[in-house]
Design a binder for this molecule. Sequence first.
Ligand code: 9Z3
Length: 313
Amino acid sequence: MSGSWEEFFATHLPPTDFEDNRSLLKEFCERHDRQGHKIVLVTSGGTTVPLEHNTVRFVDNFSAGKRGAASAEYFLEQGYAVIFMHRQKSLEPFTRHFNGPKLLDMLEIQEQANNTTIRVKQDSVFALAPVLSRYQAAHAAGAILHIAFTTVSEYFWLLRAACEVLAKSGPRALLYLAAAVSDFYIPKDSIPTHKMQSESGAPVIHLHLVPKMLAPLVNLWVPNAFVISFKLETDENLLIPKARAALEKYKHKVVIANMLQTRHQRVVVVTKEANQEIVLTREEVHAGVDIEAPIVEEIIRLHGAHVTSRGAR
Ligand code: 9Z3
């Protein structure tokens, strides 16, 4: 059995920069609310479970944050204000295109007499310019707010704080919960302060179940928002039944179901009415097409219908 979320918050301190993030969230949402914008909270990347208070080691997961980072870009393109709540150092909107050596490969050095300049290679200008201009437009408009987490408890504190301010946007708020959040944690009072020592022998680590936060989120924290969760499986036979079970249990609007190995080529958008498959062709995959483009397009369509059905704009 998992404990209650009240107990989880009572036994985990908020992150050190929590109040700063809360003020940023409040200012961001109030500003966009005044302007009548739709606001999406995109969560992205994996959470860690620390094994020590002074953390040297932790349990982590596979998520790179591509889903969240790419989706954030497509929401911005459609005029949404985006709260991008992401795992520190996971992929981020715009910069994701230049991860690793890609950016350096786009540059060339020119040395003339005493003058050294760095230029973007001509054939890279076409790749860089559109991303740069979308990045600059989003930042100039103050349309994106970055909030970073690392541990599972930081994630939940920040998620609840974001919901508190998003609740005021009613149906215009969209929650797109793409982060890979640990189902397990170790209670704070069960982990050592300092680095575990091998001389003490092999540690036995007892993981507890994280309380299911979707229940209070949907029913109490943002009861009018349009909430989308993601379901990840590695066994195809479980994928749709588990996605549908989550939808029936939490009564939110959409579950996006994906398999670990094919998550960037195929998803199923599960709603009360239907299972809608979104698949990229082999050519699209090779051409680097983002599956997040059609996913976000469909979600925006469904969100629009939700806003209209609640008599809002
Ligand atoms: C997802 O399923 C995301 O699509 C991925 C994206 C994490 C697979 P990447 O970050 O991958 O682009 O590498 N997110 C939710 C995963 C999750 O933990 N869901 C829980 C579950 O499946 C429900 S909240 O039980």
